[in-house]
Design a protein around this ligand. Structure first.
Ligand SMILES: [Zn+2]
Ligand SMILES: [Zn+2]
Length: 257
């Protein structure tokens, strides 16, 4: 077992959430309860972890494979009750004395990234990705490349840009993201170039206008963008339902005859 791994009879000091999306926090409450440890998140993320707000809805119109898949994903918040606490405001992380956190909003309002100065390791979480999630092929091969944060769930692209600039200024030696494999090859210069060339998606619900949030969660959303796929899905469902009703009518007629 590697150094730092948790053995069966041990438990961690705490659980640190980089944000509360289902793919990062889905089992955190069960683990926190099992281990009887506190869970920490940024203050601006707490509305989505204390039952006060759902996340802004995902944007399936932003383009790419992940956007299409995102139709099946939830955007609901969680209620961790008293199990979740706000992180200390000074950037320190309970139980991780060598690490500090940086507020890196954009993907979510209270998103954080973690940094260890000693060896310049950066856990960027979903402030960026290290795999192209827009292609079904690279989602399988996991080729290492710096990419935008998971687009359908990113609801403030200006903030996302600022956060990537913040991370680039750290000049990390290793970049680990929530999606993709870690990058250690020329990490600092690659991230600097990536930040310089930052371009949000060409279109999408949150590209021109962000979702507005405050300490209680979502305040206002830009209107949804016309979604041709949803029309096709609704159309197909109506056609299927119509076909079913028609077949039942035909059966009934046959029975009567
Ligand atoms: Zn996320
Ligand atoms: Zn994620």
């Amino acid at each position: 077992m590697g150094r730092g791994a948790i053995r069966a009879n041990e438990r961690p000091a705490a659980i640190i959430l980089t944000h509360g999306h289902f793919d990062h926090a889905g089992n955190a409450l069960a683990l926190a309860t099992e281990w009887d440890v506190p869970t920490y998140a940024h203050e601006m993320e707490l509305p989505y972890l204390t039952g006060r707000s759902d996340y802004p809805p995902q944007d399936p119109t932003v383009g790419g494979a992940l956007a299409e898949m995102s139709r099946l994903f939830p955007h609901s918040g969680y209620d961790f009750g008293s199990r979740v606490r706000a992180l200390p405001a000074d950037g320190s992380l309970p139980g991780l004395p060598e690490w500090r956190y940086l507020h890196t909003p954009g993907h979510t309002a209270g998103h954080i990234s973690l940094f260890r100065e000693r060896d310049r390791v950066l856990i960027a979480a979903d402030a960026l990705a290290t795999v192209n999630q827009e292609s079904p092929v690279t989602l399988m091969t996991l080729k290492r490349e710096l990419r935008l944060p998971p687009a359908p769930f990113t609801t403030d692209w200006n903030a996302a840009r600022n956060s990537i600039n913040t991370l680039a200024s750290l000049r990390p030696s290793v970049i680990a993201a929530g999606h993709g494999l870690p990058i250690s090859d020329n990490a600092a210069s690659r991230l600097e170039r990536f930040a310089f060339n930052f371009a949000p998606p060409a279109h999408g619900r949150y590209v021109l206008e962000p979702a507005l949030t405050d300490g209680n969660g979502v305040v206002a959303l830009p209107p949804p963008v016309a979604d041709p796929v949803q029309k096709v899905i609704v159309g197909a469902a109506v056609a299927l339902a119509g076909g079913f009703v028609l077949s039942q009518l035909i059966k009934r007629r046959r029975a009567i005859e």
